[in-house]
Design a protein. Structure first.
Length: 466
């Protein structure tokens, strides 16, 4: 270390001493330690100057021994302590400095939020959920969806349910490594696309409707892989031809090749991107824990059932208010962002309360705040599209609360509640002659009440957030 505190006896010390005597430091200089000639006795102000120099590091000390360790690290020798500062040993000087410098304990830095959401990514995911709808605008005149709409709807429901279950299983495999998750997706995604296409085949027959259902199933399977592996920007890039093709529709009526071309290009680009990502993930080294117990398929079953129920509820809402589906789909990005915020706010509430009852009240306030923050923007969006606000907001509240419970590993209760709501809302219009009551809003309201009550009972416990 350089400076007078690390001087060694000899010529170097004499040279440095001569230089310092030729340019003496100003009294009170906080950055220069006092130096006295041997034999001239200690400087009575040397300890004060040393205390001022090291005050920012002595102040937080809780014992003189910490100051002693600091002085040793600065290179002070026993001879310097005696001659320069007039103390018999290191501990005596450390005690004097400890008593002279006031205690200044710095406030601990606030802990980092482990659930801080990625805002851009969440918003991008909401946009990506809605962008495939542009394909229907481009290709609708080619396969007449009004007469053959059942086939792509059935394929979409199967793909949605399968994708939810596969995504959950892949996330479980991500805990043991990216390679293991990629192997799960490589096996499950093509199988899901085949099942969805097979389910639509009896309703479509040979022709363009079956091709549309197959293309939809392939896209949903490939896009699910990219979303699970957090490659949202790559998926957005793959959908660029679709966005460009739909952008010209308000000003130009393209022919058949120009309608089908952008959709096919986007599909091929998505499949190519998925293959590229899977190839890279499979090339990563296997994790050390890759040989552990594989998750059972039954663990992912409730997630698939919830996906089916959510698809049916959205379908029923879309039959009455088509534009409401667009609003709900885009809102899934902010919904995901609020799931992260709920967890972060719950951890903060846990730190701020000392009793279970106090945490229950704070947890209820956090849940209510997140629900309000999610639902309020839907009100003007629904009115802008001409959709009835109440059914849309009730359905959105049910889906968000169910996703919240799933985020905490509770899958069966939300799946059963949403399945019951979907079954009642779908069967009552079939069993009763018109006019039908507002079955869907009533079913969604009942589901919201059950889900919120269960969430308060479960997530109002501090142990769920530790």
């Amino acid at each position: 270390m350089s400076g007078p505190m690390a001087l060694e006896p000899g010529g170097a010390e004499q040279d440095t001493l001569a230089l310092r005597l030729a340019h003496p430091p100003a009294r009170g200089d906080d950055h220069t330690l006092a130096l006295r000639l041997p034999g001239h006795g200690p400087d009575p102000e040397a300890v004060s100057r040393l205390a001022a120099t090291l005050a920012d590091r002595i102040g937080p000390a809780v014992h003189p021994y910490e100051v002693a360790a600091l002085l040793e690290a600065e290179g002070l020798t026993a001879e310097q302590i005696k001659q320069r500062y007039g103390h018999p040993n290191l501990f005596s000087l450390a005690t004097a400095l400890y008593e002279q410098v006031p205690r200044t304990y710095p406030e601990p830095a606030p802990p980092a939020d482990p659930w801080r959401p990625d805002t851009v990514r969440c918003l991008l995911r909401g946009v990506l959920f809605a962008l495939p709808g542009l394909a229907y605008l481009l290709t609708a005149p080619l396969w007449h969806p009004g007469r053959h709409s059942a086939a792509p709807i059935v394929a979409g429901l199967v793909s949605w349910a399968w994708g939810q279950a596969l995504g959950h299983r892949a996330h479980l495999r991500l805990a043991t490594g990216r390679r293991e998750a990629a192997r799960t997706l490589l096996t499950g995604a093509p199988l899901g696309a085949a099942l969805a296409t097979a389910a639509a085949a009896p309703l479509a027959g040979p022709g363009p409707v079956l091709l549309a259902a197959a293309a939809q199933s392939l896209y949903l399977a490939a896009a699910g892989v990219l979303l699970v592996l957090a490659r949202e920007r790559l998926l957005l890039a793959a959908l660029t031809p679709l966005i460009a093709g739909a952008a010209v529709l308000p000003w130009w009526e393209p022919g058949t090749p120009l309608r089908a071309g952008p959709v096919l290009l986007a599909l091929v680009a998505t499949l190519a991107a998925t293959g590229h990502v899977l190839r890279g993930a499979l090339a990563t080294p296997a994790a050390a824990t890759a040989g552990g117990t594989r998750p059972r398929p039954l663990w992912s079953l409730p997630y698939g059932l919830f996906g089916l129920a959510a698809g049916v509820l959205v379908l029923l809402e879309g039959r009455q208010e088509p534009y409401a589906v667009i609003v709900l789909t885009v809102s899934m990005g902010p919904a995901e962002w609020l799931l992260y915020r709920y967890r972060g706010l719950s951890v903060a509430a846990l730190r701020a309360t000392a009793t279970p009852a106090g945490f229950l009240l704070r947890s209820a306030a956090v849940l209510a705040g997140c629900l309000v923050a999610y639902l309020l923007p839907l009100l003007p969006a629904a009115r802008l599209t001409g959709a009835a606000p109440a059914p849309l907001m009730l359905l959105a509240a049910a889906l968000w609360t169910a996703l919240l419970l799933q985020a905490f590993g509770t899958a069966w209760p939300p799946a059963v509640i949403c399945l019951a709501a979907a079954a009642v809302a779908g069967l009552v219009p079939m069993l009763r002659p018109p006019p039908h009551p507002a079955v869907l809003p009533l079913c969604c309201a009942a589901a919201v009440l059950a889900l919120v009550t269960y969430a308060l009972l479960l997530l109002g416990r501090p142990a769920r957030h530790v």
